[in-house]
Write a protein that binds this ligand. Structure first.
Ligand code: GUN
Length: 250
């Protein structure tokens, strides 16, 4: 795990990932670098980790400080060690549907849907948010399961009209409690990826839970819904990476 700077949210995420590794007996090391770290220094560290045979997975916590080009760093990670599945090689594999690593948050969402016994095939799936980390890969994973997928974003006209059609609604916009009960179809399955800290320190999702709860057949809470699943999927990718890197098998 590589963390640059002192973003408090990133620190919490990295601590949770370290704890999960420790609980599972997965060896982990943290490289905490100062905010003044240059792109060259970070690239050098990634290269060192690429070449270390006792390291199977590399995770560079995002966001990086503004003076570092995230794309360059992601490109430098060996795709076989890319447990976040952010490298374009892994992104491309997800697009064609033949992948080793699945991005952790969308993978966690898929696991929650599957474990709840919800069949995706033929369902109207609406993803609100189009980030490279969540929205885009989420849409692709739902499509692979034969959902009819709509991706909404900040320029979408009449968002409510779109969300109201969703049998499965994934909210990943990063706007506190933006999706309210009146925007949700009766009986829908709602997965809330949002993690928003309000001024009073309260943690809320992208869905207004109290109003949504009255309409849905199932909904994830924040905190305690998608968050722990993301970490679990990271551990799964890490074990997979260890097998791939040590044996060449999949
Ligand atoms: N920042 C927010 N989510 C993630 C994630 O899943 N992985 C990394 N590396 N950084 C993030």
């Amino acid at each position: 795990m590589v963390i640059v700077g002192d973003d408090p949210a990133s620190r919490i995420y990295v601590n949770s990932k370290k704890k999960a590794c420790a609980e599972l007996g997965i060896y982990s090391e943290e490289h905490a670098l100062p905010v003044s770290t240059t792109e060259e220094e970070l690239l050098k560290l990634v290269e060192e980790l690429n070449n270390k045979s006792d390291i199977s997975g590399i995770l560079v916590q995002l966001p990086l400080p503004e003076h570092i080009n995230e794309e360059n760093i992601i490109l430098a990670i060996d795709p076989k060690k890319d447990v976040d599945a952010f490298h374009p090689v892994n992104v491309g594999k997800i697009m064609v549907g033949n992948y080793d690593f699945v991005p952790c948050t969308p993978a966690g969402v898929m696991e929650l849907i599957a474990e709840s016994g919800v069949d995706i095939a033929g369902k109207e799936c609406v993803v609100v948010g189009r980030s490279n980390i969540v929205g885009k890969p989420q849409a692709m994973l739902l499509l692979h399961k034969n959902g009819t997928v709509t991706v909404c974003h900040s320029k979408t006209k009449d968002l409510k009209e779109k969300t109201k059609k969703a049998d499965i609604l994934v909210a990943a916009v990063g706007v506190p409690e933006m999706i309210t009960g009146d925007m949700i179809k009766e009986g829908a399955v709602v997965i809330d990826v949002g993690m928003n800290r309000l001024a009073d320190k309260k943690l809320v999702g992208d869905v207004h839970f109290e109003s949504a709860e009255k309409v849905v057949s199932a909904i994830t809470p924040v905190p305690g819904g998608v968050g722990p699943m993301t970490i679990a999927m990271l551990m799964k990718n890490t074990v997979k990476a260890a097998v791939i890197n040590r044996t060449g098998l999949k």
